[in-house]
Design a protein around this ligand. Sequence first.
Ligand code: FDA
Length: 389
Amino acid sequence: MNADIVIVGSGFFGLTIAERCANELGLNVVIIERRSHIGGNAYSETDLETGIEIHKYGAHLFHTSNQRVWEYVNRFTSFTNYQHKVYTNHKGVVYPMPINLGTINQFFSAAYTPNEARALIAEQAGELAGKDPENLNDKGISLIGRPLYEAFIKNYTGKQWQTDPKNLPASIISRLPVRYNYDNRYFSDTYEGLPTKGYTAWLEAMADNPKITIHTDTDFFDTTQPWNQEALVGKVPVVYTGPLDRYFNYSEGKLSWRTIDFETEHLEMGDFQGTSVMNYADAEVPYTRIIEPRHFHPERDYPSDKTVIMREFSRFAEAEDEPYYPINSNEDREALLRYREKAAQENGVLFGGRLGTYQYLDMHMAIGSALSAFDNKVRPHFENGAPIN
Ligand code: FDA
């Protein structure tokens, strides 16, 4: 097939550009995807033992306040009315998260009013008043006070980073939300829900156009297959959503990421934890949280005598690991600037998505930025010959 544009990566960024190019501009689009399935990290599949939908690359909850994105995504799927809530286990007691008046009153065995709780936390946060926090530990104490910080944040963050928060930069957190009411909805966006028929049905609907051809199991850097970097760049417009450093063969150094290991277990019971996400705040428990995906879809007819759970373990990513969360160290930021300069010089290639720009993007952000890139770069390129990057 003749390609008018080649898209590297079939996550939400790549699929949004592909869908717009095919449906709006009538272009022939080729998507190449290294994995054996489309959808990037939002991909989900049915667990064979239980029939429960599993988010293969970690729990994905859709939420947005962006009206344009919400209208756009509703062309491809409807959404359930799922509202995400998170709980945390600290010393064998379960508390609601993010920290709210319910958490505070349970933790201090009290019945504080909002103003009383506010005054208490302000007093406890004053412990390090007048000092510039030197590390994440001091920052946490200065934001919400030592008792709450040490119970709910310190060890959880330490497990996420595999590093004592005293050795982490204060800049990792800018704020720690505390709600002085009993609202424990995790997200406060206007729209929230899960795709009624699952993520993969949604992703497939976006690619459902005969003008879009997808080659899975195809790596852009594999010169033994025809859709590779050497063969394409400079000859056909390319949208690249793979890792930015890999594109330039790591010439400016490797950008660092955190990854997650998932330990999946099937259980002979209908309900393991009564909720979809349970964090484990203490250092003695090696995992950060347990996901029980059946609770993402209470409306579905899942079996009542078995369930599946995933324990999550967080660590620094090695070369072969899935890159999940950018670490953004000082060296990373310096290398990123050099890569950005190189990307700007790379004629005919538009870099996008979470890997292509080295930033954490929620799904609605990846879709929103792809819609903007289509309006500002891709459409002008095809309509007026403007550069695509
Ligand atoms: P994405 O990574 O999805 O797609 C990039 C694609 O490029 C991949 O399919 C990859 O295989 C492919 N690729 C890379 N190199 C290639 C090469 N050389 N050749 C060919 N193909 C190549 N968001 C949210 O809104 N709510 C949530 O709850 C969560 N939860 C969450 C949990 C975890 C653990 C993570 C890591 C992320 C989330 N997210 C999220 C974020 C969400 O996953 C993210 O917004 C989308 O994946 C972004 O889509 P992209 O297209 O940018 O990247």
